[in-house]
Design a protein around this ligand. Structure first.
Ligand SMILES: Cc1ncc(COP(=O)(O)O)c(C=O)c1O
Length: 430
């Protein structure tokens, strides 16, 4: 076991217990500071405005109206342990939802969906189900930062980075993922002696916001097939699309999928699409009996609450409300906030960004603002932003190879954004 220990701390713990004690990374530290001293225009006007955490803060009113409707809770049964029933309803609802919104070419039945308390838990359990300790998973970087602890902390699985570059690729976009880069990442990991077991992708991507095309997804699947790797597609932002005419392509919708059931895994959760990070529901779609059985053995420790299951099983199945109320309102609000953010960024000469049509954030290029192209300079800029009362997440936390990139989350109230942008302008003008 490759345990890192933090000094003498936890001397009375098991070796494993000690290995869980790790210093907080830059993103976790910023989150702590924002929690202790969060901005509130009336109660704490000098607090920090959090544009770091990927949360949708503008849909609570719509959710509240729905779940407080008369009759919503009429048949709620929360009197049994959840793994004897409640999560079954959520598996069924998520299966039906993904058949429609992911356009699955293969029928998804309730027994193909394992539901746990968030995608974080699903990733952490799936990593243990498909990898032994010390084995590795390929992940393109910049990556979703949560994967670091999901894979490392208990599963003790290594992330084998596939570094992407901001140089425009053959498709004219920055940070393009290609099979050639996947091959390179795989060889580099193997040269270090790591046994690579799979590839994780996110689409729509966090933090880049890109959507992989069908052709790209197929090429990633074929790469996995060639090397006997598990293919894992995290689609937690599946319906968080606000750009006109844009749609995510789910790996579930690919007819030519060359992978067998044991190597193909799709992840979905409600945290982003339903503005519900705090509810804790995530699911794995799998047609592999052994994967499902193995994951189900871990369910006892990772159940989600019956109340959460009740509410979201109903919402996931309420097509009329989704189509007529929730999705259009969400899209309209996110588009307005994104455009407001883009307009602000357009006025700052030293900062550019990758235009996006998905997600809750923009991937911004602050490289020209750094005193020198180093991660120390990136941290220094981050400190200056925090001091001025605005938190973005620096690219180092996402394992971006080039210092100077930051993720800016815009899915918050416009007045908060306005204040945050005034503060950022102040930082950039000094
Ligand atoms: C790509 C991605 N996967 C998984 C998660 C974790 O989601 P959950 O809240 O369901 O644990 C997040 C949350 O930020 C995410 O962005």
């Amino acid at each position: 076991m490759e345990h890192q220990q933090a000094g003498n701390e936890g001397a009375t713990l098991s070796q494993r217990g000690r290995s869980f004690i790790k210093p907080k990374n830059v993103i976790e530290q910023a989150f702590d500071e924002c929690s202790k001293n969060g901005y509130d225009p009336k109660k704490n006007p000098t607090g920090i405005i959090n544009l770091g955490v990927s949360a949708n803060g503008v849909m609570f009113d719509v959710l509240k109206d729905k779940i407080t409707e008369t009759g919503f809770f009429d048949s709620c049964t929360i009197d049994h342990f959840n793994y004897f029933g409640g999560m079954d309803d959520t598996s069924h609802a998520m299966a039906a939802f993904l058949m429609k919104y992911a356009g699955s070419v293969k029928p998804i039945k309730r027994e193909n969906v394992v539901v746990m308390n968030g995608l974080t838990t699903i990733v952490h359990c799936l990593a243990q189900v498909i990898c032994d300790e010390g084995e590795g998973i390929l992940i393109p970087t910049p990556l979703y930062a949560g994967f670091i602890s999901d894979l490392n902390v208990q599963a003790n699985v290594s992330i084998c980075p596939v570094h992407l570059s901001s140089e425009k690729g053959t498709d004219g976009t920055a940070f393009q993922l290609t099979v050639a880069l996947l091959e390179k990442g795989l060889s580099e990991a193997q040269e270090k002696g790591v046994k690579v077991r799979g590839l994780f992708i996110t689409t729509p991507h966090n933090p880049l916001g890109c959507i992989y095309t069908k052709k790209e997804l197929l090429s990633f699947m074929e790469f996995c097939k060639r090397h006997g790797l598990h293919f894992v597609s995290d689609e937690i932002y599946l319906t968080t699309i606000f750009g006109a005419g844009k749609q995510a392509v789910s790996a579930l919708s690919i007819e030519e999928n060359p992978l067998d059931d044991d190597h193909f895994h799709v992840l979905y959760g409600i945290s982003k699409d339903f503005a519900a990070n705090g509810v804790r529901i995530g699911g794995l779609v799998s047609w592999s009996d052994s994967v499902v059985k193995s994951m189900n053995s871990l369910l006892t420790f990772n159940q989600t609450s019956g109340l959460a299951c009740y509410v979201f099983s109903k919402l996931l199945l309420d097509e009329k409300w989704l189509e007529e109320v929730f999705f259009p309102t969400n899209r309209r609000r996110l588009l307005e906030l994104y455009e407001y953010t883009a307009q602000f960024l357009d006025t700052i000469e030293s900062v550019s960004y990758i235009p996006t049509a998905t997600g809750l954030y923009v991937w911004c290029d602050f490289r020209k603002v750094l005193d020198e192209p180093t991660f120390e300079a990136e941290s220094e800029l981050n400190r200056r932003m925090m001091k001025a009362g605005v938190a973005l997440n620096p690219g180092g936390g996402f394992w971006c190879k080039e210092p100077g990139w930051f993720r800016l989350v815009f899915a918050t109230h416009k007045e908060y954004l306005k204040e945050a942008f005034d503060r950022l302008r102040g930082v950039l003008s000094t």
